[in-house]
Design a protein around this ligand. Structure first.
Ligand SMILES: [Mg+2]
Length: 277
């Protein structure tokens, strides 16, 4: 009885206390939880990835341009305008870079006056359909780096609104793409920033100014063309993945690791032979 009674009293006290805590919680617990969730750990080690040709087996701006033509947002003639460079690359008479450069110029020409929301819908459709068309090597590497708490950054020369959809689907912490001006929901045709295409190192340096906690010597960067060279040069762990000739030359000169994925095999290239090129 006594024990039971004490237990009962204690239980009542506990209930009252619990209720009081619950009432108090409305004032303290919820805001505290909100604060805890909003405080993210500061980035220390970056893992920076180019997207086109490094993760994605195609190019976001190419696939987006095709989709914009399919949806009638771009004229059919836009395809004809890139045909010469496309065929030259296909026949191995021109470079992929020349082809991509042309695609970007034609994209910028035709996006002027187009509706931003419609282009964003086209981008979302491309990502929904093609987001898994990645290289195995970089897909596995990203998974591993996420587990190791690297701060994942995507820097791509493709338009920022499709880079955003892609980066979110893959699970990047931060992303950068080419910025085009939009006014009253319409593209003006003005290019605001091409840094993500031509000066990837500047983006990283700005990020380091924003987060002094970042250690670039412990950071890693992965790219496939000479456009990625500047970002590879400023990290402690550069990696050339499926490099084009210009990047392969640089990797050889600097002794950077090179990985090549062909079909379903990954090769760690330790001796680059450029065969007299
Ligand atoms: Mg690339």
């Amino acid at each position: 009885m006594v024990i039971g009674s004490s237990t009962g009293v204690l239980a009542t006290v506990n209930q009252n206390l619990g209720a009081a805590i619950d009432r108090g919680a409305r004032f303290f617990y919820i805001p505290l939880r909100a604060i805890i969730y909003s405080v993210k750990p500061l980035p220390k080690k970056l893992a920076i990835f180019d997207i086109d040709g490094t993760i994605f087996r195609s190019s976001l701006v190419i696939e987006l341009s095709h989709e914009l033509v399919r949806r009638g947002i771009f004229p059919l003639g836009a395809r004809r305008e890139i045909r010469k460079e496309y065929l030259a690359w296909l026949d191995r008479k021109g470079t992929y870079e020349a082809y991509i450069d042309k695609v970007v110029r034609i994209y910028i020409k035709h996006i002027r006056g187009r509706d931003y929301a419609a282009a964003k819908r086209a981008a979302a459709a491309v990502i929904a359909e093609q987001k898994d068309r990645t290289y195995r090597f970089t897909r596995n590497l990203i998974k591993k780096l996420k587990r190791q708490k690297y701060f994942l950054v995507a820097i791509s020369g493709s338009p920022s609104y499709i880079v955003e959809s892609y980066a979110r689907a893959i699970g990047f912490n931060k992303f950068y793409g080419t910025e085009l001006e939009v006014k009253r929901g319409v593209f003006t045709g003005r290019v605001l920033s091409l840094e993500s295409a031509y000066h990837k190192d500047r983006i990283i340096k700005a990020l380091v100014r924003q987060y002094p906690s970042i250690n670039l010597r412990q950071s890693l960067a992965v790219g496939d063309t000479e456009g990625d060279a500047a970002m590879l040069k400023i990290v402690g762990r550069p990696l050339a993945f499926n490099p084009n000739l210009q990047l392969a030359k640089l990797a050889k000169k600097r002794g950077w690791p090179v990985v090549v994925e062909r079909k379903d095999v990954m090769y760690n290239i330790t001796d680059i032979n450029l065969f007299g090129v």
